[in-house]
Design a protein around this ligand. Structure first.
Ligand SMILES: [Zn+2]
Length: 187
């Protein structure tokens, strides 16, 4: 990949290794796929939401909150879905007695029959940070590595393990899209 890092250190063509988007030193692939502040609110958020949408749609189907399944990239979660069995929130602030830092989980599912609420937060860290990220929230790394704990998380949500493949695919395809788009920017 023609990153400025590659040009400087491998091709040694005299390129200055500065990110073309955020202007910080070190335009490596790693920086592009999960470390660039300039891409956080657009590109990385888009990728994050793809994974969140997969989980949201499967929960909506599981609780009978939607009737039919659409491809994950076409699925648009609505802020609140509700029926007699459950309430499903998308990206909604929750009121807490104490002030908590992360009071806007990606997804909240309230299961009435079990009198239980589960908060779902998704993160897509770089590979090396996967274990660290796994401690509080976990999903799939930017390169598609899956945290060991993901199975347990999916089980708690009563979701089948098969959606791991779909989540992994969504992340890898979107990471590839981010890299292609980035490298098409003028260096
Ligand atoms: Zn950058």
């Amino acid at each position: 990949m023609m990153t400025n890092n590659y040009r400087k250190y491998i091709l040694k063509d005299g390129t200055v290794d500065i990110c073309r988007a955020c202007r910080r030193p070190g335009e490596s692939l790693r920086h592009i796929i999960s470390g660039c502040s300039h891409l956080a609110n657009g590109e990385y958020l888009h990728r994050h939401n793809l994974v969140a949408r997969i989980i949201h749609q499967q929960l909506a189907l599981l609780y009978g909150l939607v009737d039919c399944e659409v491809p994950y990239y076409k699925y648009l979660p609505v802020p609140v879905l509700e029926n007699g069995r459950a309430t499903l929130y998308w990206d909604r602030s929750i009121i807490t007695d104490r002030t908590i830092v992360a009071n806007k989980p990606d997804i909240v599912i309230i299961d009435r029959s079990q009198r239980r609420a589960v908060l779902v937060d998704i993160t897509i860290p770089h590979d090396e940070n996967l274990v660290k990220a796994e401690k509080d929230k976990s999903i799939v790394s930017a390169n598609g590595l899956i945290a060991k704990s993901l199975d347990q998380h999916l089980e708690r949500l009563s979701l089948g393990g098969w959606i791991k493949g779909q989540m992994q695919k969504a992340v890898i395809l979107d990471t590839a899209r981010i890299v292609r788009r980035f490298l098409s920017l003028r260096p």
